[in-house]
Ligand binder design. Sequence first.
Ligand SMILES: *Cc1c(COP(=O)(O)O)cnc(C)c1O
Length: 427
Amino acid sequence: MSIQTLIEQATIPPESGAVSSSPFDADSFNEAVMSTYARFPLALERGAGCRVWDTQGREYLDFVAGIATCTLGHAHPAMVEAVTRQIQKLHHVSNLYYIPEQGELAKWIIQHSCADRVFFCNSGAEANEAAIKLARKYAHTVLDIEKPIILTANASFHGRTLATVTATGQSKYQKYFDPLVPGFHYVPYNDINAVEAAISELDEGDYRVAAILLEPLQGEGGVRPGDVAYFQKLRQICDETGVLLIFDEVQVGMGRSGQLWGYEHLGVEPDIFTSAKGLGGGIPIGAMMSKKFCDVFQPGEHASTFGGNPFVCGVALAVCQTLEKENILQNVQDRGEQLRTGLQAIAVKYPNFVSEVRGWGLINGMELQADVQLTAADIVKAAIDAGVLLVPAGPKVVRFVPPLIVTEAEIDLALQAVDQVIATVTA
Ligand SMILES: *Cc1c(COP(=O)(O)O)cnc(C)c1O
């Protein structure tokens, strides 16, 4: 049976005529929920594959996937099965006991990456927090650094907790939240001289660089792929100095790039890396992986109540196994190529509007020319009207991150819509 048929069977179909007659009440929502998001005027209530429906029954092509998260799209039969099985069997017990599903998921990750050990938590920020804590303990106990510094990149994004928002090299996320966490220093991305200079300059008194935390491809910062030569030189510097190399794979990892991990595009392996977004296909899970040599945590030094519970691990394992069984990485490569080729044709068609198209696999960005008055959010709004969900990555980049099961026909539809949107806004 085709995957589309399976998905249709697993989905509760939109009941014909049973659609809410009154529009979604955004005002009462905004009265109740803190306004941490500038939401698009859309309330979604149902999904199947790469399609979602709003409360009025209107269908959209979902090229956001919950921000690069719904690996298998919506209502995928493997997820429906795993969620149902796990909630009926056992969903939460705490890490006071062994959780077989957690062990199985850790083994899957280890077999499919350079990692030797895994720690589970609930989000990308928490996974990065865990990596920062592990690096600091390693610095104190192995590198003998009293005040360890972690280098991160300008335009990076690592999360919203105090430590990860400090690690994030964008001041717009930090405003009003100072005093920030000490021990971070920013360098330009893809600039090896800046890293070398920072390591030698930040060696004073008790301070020393202990780790470098980077995204293999910067996601929120505008879909900017890492440079191969830069990362290879970085690995060499880390090997020579003992500085830990940490990769934030929260957005680019779990197959989104066309390889399972973003670092596979760079020909280097990290000492520590993190995952979250796509790992559970949309259920909340994060993970921090390390090599054996820097696995320095002892019982009681780090923890999470929910982390790695039977429910999320059972479902994430089903997502991982489905990725493998259905050879979804091949689809990511093929559909990614199709999408980039199509977007590049659009860039050629509207040279005064689009400046660049870039990305790996199914994480791609279309950057608008600097002198274009419209922002990426304006394009996203126009695309919603045309029936396609997209997401900005910074003020001038429109990001395309569909579910990894997206079909050839769906990519074509999205490309037609984008062409039509640009034709309309430039007319
Ligand atoms: C989304 C993201 C995070 C934060 O993940 P949350 O689950 O929102 O905490 C961290 N790093 C990168 C690269 C991300 O894209």
